[in-house]
Design a protein around this ligand. Structure first.
Ligand code: F6R
Length: 608
């Protein structure tokens, strides 16, 4: 959430900044602005609303200059107004900044600055930083910024322009991502790699408290104490097209269609016929045998993948697994120690609560394994061990292919732990591995076979206000994800329930025509699911079942059935979720909403 871009080079900065901001739109925002400098003047334009409003505002007279910074803001302190949009400046207009994060002690700093005579124009926490730099500038912008950074509590990624030192951008970060792109006679600053991937694939990834002083032809890096440091250049293998829509109407649809390939990538080199190998993560067999508990910690969709992980690990490895929402975990004084393995799951690798949970777990002596999709992200860098999800860039706010790869990563881990702890026989392990290897092909079949019915159902769902998703065991884990996806992009109120729980309350809400998605892939519980389906059907629900090919018994009790290819029922989740991802997508499309950027939501939640 919030996106920062910066450019210094030979070209006009404005179009490059706008383009960079467009590539960061996926992070979610509600206002945008740019500041471009020519010699000792800085031209600032900022507008509430989407980038198209900003583009209209500058269309006749775009700020001219070859150095600039830009920002998309997701409001925290103060409404999404023109005035609160970034960039912000000090009293003199000499220091212009964009900021991502939250300054927790801003009120105290603001009061002190007001006492000293500073006048503020916005309600933001960010503006204090510009005034603090004004107050502390003594001829060297870099030094003033380092000094101010020490006064700030909270998180920040900052890009700063100054009339006093034209041709330069200072970038600094703490707990919010920031990278510096390396070009030829030009350099870039951004919150995330896709912003400038079409210009360069070489980046410096700033660590906490590191500062970059960037000009058109030089990048100097410093630590918090102001000492020069050297860093390795991070080379990215994605090409710019991989981050584009690739011919699909929306990123989300493209990403759903990429699910089979994403699964193939997460499996590759880890699961091969007859073997599962996770030697890339440094967990010795002795450690694995000594763990007495696993804790999975994540937010949103990632936490639902974690619930799936719990069912699969407990069944195959016979080890207790607890799953926590990160914002709860970090404040509940969890009982963990060096005998616990903590797994944090995060597509972006930047989710603030998940990162804080990681740090808490480490403090308590636990080893932390991260599942993340983003190399170089904060979580990837701080975790003890990382299993990369290899889903490729995920741009749509609603997570799809990364969710599936989280689920598959849990399959891989469960198989590996089961192998090391000998909780399944060699023959069974062999069979399970064979099944997992079929997933990519079966995922393609699932998309092909479910598409038409999903589109038809979406035309009915678009008229509904409420929907229910029910299932048992791993099918319950799936219903959580199915309901979240529908509600977040189609704004239909959707609830997930363990099917056996209906009669303890929610059944009261079932009446004529209420859509119920009933997932029935756990064959050992199939008959129980059929009874639950009958309960809702008897009360008038419009039931869409998702089950395996050949399980035709369900047809007698439901209105529609989506059949998924048969696979070992432990691994049905990676297939059964696909029609639910498609259902959410097409329902949102039918309702005419912004599928890739649902209201009020951001892709990367870097604040608590
Ligand atoms: C929903 C969704 C969110 C994220 C959550 C955690 O589709 O994408 O619920 O799963 O914000 O994000 P990450 O995985 O980046 O930590």
């Amino acid at each position: 959430m919030c996106g920062i871009v910066g450019y210094l080079g030979e070209k006009e900065a404005t179009p490059i900044l706008i383009e960079g901001l467009e590539r960061l739109e996926y992070r979610g925002y509600d206002s945008a602005g740019i500041a471009v400098s020519v010699e000792d003047e800085i031209d600032v334009v900022k507008k509430a609303g989407k980038l198209k409003v900003l583009k209209e505002a500058i269309s006749e007279n775009p700020p001219a200059g070859k150095v600039g910074i830009g920002h998309t803001r997701w409001a925290t302190h103060g409404s999404p107004s023109d005035l609160n949009s970034h960039p912000h400046s000090d009293c003199t207009g000499d220091f212009v900044i964009v900021h991502n994060g939250i300054i927790e002690n801003f009120q105290q700093l603001k009061d002190e600055l007001v006492d000293k005579g500073h006048s503020f124009r916005s309600e933001t926490d960010t503006e204090v930083i510009a005034h603090l730099i004004e107050e502390n500038y003594q001829g060297k912008l870099r030094e003033a910024v380092l000094k101010v950074a020490r006064m700030l509590e909270g998180s920040y990624a900052l890009a700063i322009l100054s009339k006093r030192e034209p041709g330069k951008i200072i970038a600094i970060r703490r707990d919010s991502p920031l990278i510096v792109g390396i070009g030829e006679d030009e350099n870039y600053i951004a919150s995330d790699i896709p912003a400038f991937l079409q210009y360069t694939n070489q980046f410096y990834i700033l660590d906490d408290e590191e500062l970059a002083e960037v000009t058109r032809d030089n990048i100097s890096l410093y630590d918090a104490a102001g000492n020069r440091i050297e860093k390795d250049v991070f080379v990215v293998n994605w090409d710019a097209e991989m981050a584009e829509k690739g011919g699909y109407e929306h990123f989300m649809l493209k990403e759903i269609h990429e699910e089979p390939d994403a699964i193939r990538r997460v499996l590759s080199n880890r699961v091969t016929p007859g073997n599962v190998d996770l030697s890339e993560i440094n967990l010795s067999s002795e450690e694995i045998r000594n763990y007495d508990k696993i804790h999975i910690v994540a937010c949103g969709t990632a936490s639902y993948a974690g619930i799936m992980g719990k069912y699969v690990i407990e069944e195959l490895v016979r080890m207790p697994v607890e799953v926590d929402i990160a914002s709860e975990f970090r404040y509940r004084q969890p009982l963990i120690d060096e005998n616990s393995l903590v797994i944090v799951v995060s597509q972006s690798g930047e989710t603030a609560d998940t990162l804080a949970s990681l740090r808490l777990a480490q403090k308590k002596g636990a080893k932390v394994l991260a599942f993340t999709n983003v190399t170089g992200s904060s979580i990837a860098r701080e975790a003890d061990e990382v299993l990369y999800l290899q889903a490729g860039p995920e741009i749509a706010v609603a997570s799809t292919k990364a969710y599936i790869n989280m689920v598959v990563a849990f399959y891989i881990l469960a198989l590996y732990l089961a192998k090391v702890r000998s909780t399944v026989t060699e023959d069974r392990l062999y069979e399970l591995i064979e099944e997992v290897l079929r997933l990519p092909k079966l995922a393609t079949e699932t998309i092909e076979k479910s598409l038409e019915l999903v589109k038809e159902r979406a035309r009915v769902y678009k008229l509904q206000d409420n929907a229910f998703f029910i299932g048992r065991n791993i099918d319950f884990a799936l219903s959580l994800e199915g309901a979240l996806k529908l509600k977040e992009i189609s704004y239909i109120h959707a609830e997930a329930y363990p099917a056996g729980e209906l009669k303890h309350g929610p059944l009261a809400l079932i009446e004529d025509g209420v859509p119920v998605v009933a997932i029935a892939t756990r064959l050992s519980l199939y008959d129980k699911m059929l009874s639950n389906i009958k309960e809702v059907k008897a009360r008038g629900a419009d039931v869409l079942a998702i089950t395996f090919e050949g399980e035709t018994e369900v047809e007698k009790s439901v209105d529609h059935v989506i059949y998924i290819p048969r696979i070992n029922e432990l691994f049905s989740g990676a297939l059964a979720i696909i029609p639910m991802h498609l259902l959410a997508y097409y329902t949102s499309l039918e309702r005419g909403y912004d599928v890739d950027q649902p209201r009020n939501l951001a892709k990367s939640v870097t604040v608590e």
